[in-house]
Design a protein around this ligand. Structure first.
Ligand code: ADP
Length: 529
């Protein structure tokens, strides 16, 4: 009956053992994958707080959509379980219908009634959990940002498992994401396997360890777990606070832990970027690895993109400039012989907001135009950017769009010449991958996935044809300023080299093809016999 692996052991036989990321990539590369494993079809359930395009705040939504599609294209049965938020893009769900109306989920000492809806998102089968909880967990007008977020998502974890149990779903793999779904493996191992869910194994992906879900132990009682048993340093007790750390629990209890780039996997284990999780990641190093995210080339591809003014590819790269003109027209920027620098993303401290703030006037005074699309959950950051926006209101070379606009983001990637990603830390980063595909030169800080994907035009120890952008090492203005100077200088002085750099970037394959295979190798090795 008890076929779940003990949380502290690894399922992997010694010959598959590894403790460093390079080894991970070498052993688990598609070429080395045992052929018989590759062709076993699996039933995979993604449990996630986000999935693009219906519920997307950032890269997590893109990853769940892109990876799921890749797995489905390869013939695997994939289902996604999400909360039924009131603020979802309902126009992107087809055939939404109630499929379960009698789901009762334990919440402290009583039961909460839930309905489950089924709908298809971009060809993917999705289940949406609608809770009729008194605090109205998923009808808040926003995805995150409430003081009870941890209770909301702890409830979601219990509800997702309860739904799977009642619907008799026994997937080979449950793949869960970030702190919001970290309680899934804990609940599965401590509770649901004893109720009959002995088959599924859990792959848990850390998209950002900057948010771990640290909360008082009552969060465990809320979902029916016994804190006395779990609040120890080798399980959920946080190493620095007297509180439950949900992400730590996810790491301890899942069968395999991935993070979203090899560099970030190294950083969170060996540097302060682990934000307190270094020790537990070291204890479990044999089941931890970094798999670089991909992007979905059906969505992010200038050759097929329906949101841009003119489609283009490497062969027709000059058509990119039709998009530059369209972007200028849409945002009331003047048509001048100038490079256009852009930023798209959450205006979070992690993203280097101070540097972005400084880069805008700098670019304007150094012969560039600047476009920003972003918003922040932090009032003071939003206010600062609103002030800057008012300051540059009538500037013919600057447009700051404070908000979230999926369609506009496509036109910005297509129309800009350079894309700024000066993050303080960056687990993977998708914007630079999108920029590369659209021939938009990324200017990035060398950290996490940015360092894994952007190859500096001047200093990289790689051949010229592999260079694709600009990087700087230290998180400070001098670093960014020098990278900007080199990029702007090349645009003005050596347009031919600039164009070569664009094409080099467009040639890279950052689709889900390789990461999809890596994940399948992982699933194959952890799934129950
Ligand atoms: P993170 O997940 O940390 O937010 P990523 O670079 O991994 O950052 O992914 C960001 C994704 O969210 C990209 O697809 C980007 O285009 C999108 N995005 C971020 N902010 C906005 C916005 N304000 N409007 C439209 N898309 C956005």
């Amino acid at each position: 009956m008890n076929r779940m692996v003990p949380a502290h052991t690894t399922l992997l036989p010694d010959k598959w053992g590894y403790d460093c990321v390079t080894e991970f990539c070498r052993i688990w590369g598609p070429e080395d994958a045992p052929v018989s494993r590759v062709f076993l079809y699996m039933f995979i359930v993604m449990i996630s707080p986000e999935c693009a395009p219906v519920a997307k705040v950032g890269g997590l939504g893109d990853v769940v959509q892109g990876l799921s599609r890749e797995l489905a294209i390869r013939g695997h049965a994939v289902e996604i379980i999400l909360p039924k938020y009131d603020c979802m893009r309902y126009d992107r769900i087809s055939g939404l219908t109630k499929c379960h109306s009698d789901l009762w989920v334990s919440y402290y000492n009583h039961w909460v009634h839930c309905d489950v809806y089924f709908g298809v998102v971009d060809g993917l089968n999705c289940f949406f959990i609608d809770s009729h909880s008194p605090p109205n967990f998923f009808n808040r007008g926003v995805f995150y940002g409430h003081p009870d977020d941890r209770e909301r998502f702890a409830f979601f974890c219990r509800a997702a498992l309860e739904f799977m149990l009642k619907a008799n779903k026994h997937p080979d793999i449950i793949h869960c994401h970030d702190w919001q779904t970290a309680l899934i493996p804990v609940l599965l191992y401590e509770m649901y396997q004893h109720l009959g869910m002995t088959h599924p194994r859990v792959c848990y992906t850390l998209h950002n360890v900057g948010h771990q879900g640290i909360y008082g132990e009552q969060i465990l009682r809320q979902v029916g777990l016994n804190p006395g048993h779990l609040m120890t340093h080798d399980r959920l007790l946080d190493d620095h606070h007297k509180a439950a750390n949900l992400m730590k629990g996810g790491i301890v209890y899942s069968n395999f832990v991935t993070t979203v780039s090899p560099r970030y996997a190294h950083e969170i284990r060996h540097t302060p970027l682990g934000m307190g999780l270094q020790r537990i990641l070291s204890v479990h190093h044999q089941k931890v690895g970094g798999v670089l995210n991909g992007i979905d080339y059906n969505v992010w591809n200038p050759a097929v993109d329906c949101h841009i003014a003119k489609r283009f590819s490497i062969e027709t790269v000059q058509d990119k400039y039709v998009n530059k003109e369209a972007l200028r027209e849409r945002l009331w920027l003047r048509k001048e012989f100038k490079p256009l620098v852009a930023f798209v993303g959450r205006l979070d401290h992690q993203k280097g907001v101070e540097l972005i703030f400084r880069a805008i006037p700098h670019c304007l005074s150094h012969g560039c135009q600047f476009v920003l699309l972003g918003s922040s959950p932090h009032g003071n950051v939003n206010d600062a950017f609103w002030r800057l926006k008012r300051h540059f209101n009538d500037h013919p070379d600057c447009h700051l769009e404070i908000g979230y606009d999926e369609e506009l983001s496509h036109l910005i990637y297509a129309g800009a010449d350079m894309l700024l990603v000066p993050s303080e830390y960056e687990p993977c980063g998708l914007t630079q991958l999108i920029g590369l595909k659209y021939g938009t030169i990324p200017i990035v800080r060398n950290t996490g996935g940015l360092a894994d994907t952007v190859v500096d035009a001047d200093y990289a120890p790689k051949p010229y044809h592999e260079r694709n952008g600009y990087g700087f090492n230290d998180y400070n203005w001098a670093g960014l300023e020098s990278a900007l100077r080199r990029a702007i200088g090349l645009w003005y002085s050596h347009p031919q080299y600039f164009r070569e750099l664009m094409v080099n970037g467009m040639r890279y394959d950052y689709s889900w093809n390789h990461p999809g295979q890596h994940y399948l190798n992982i699933y194959n090795n952890i799934k129950a016999p």
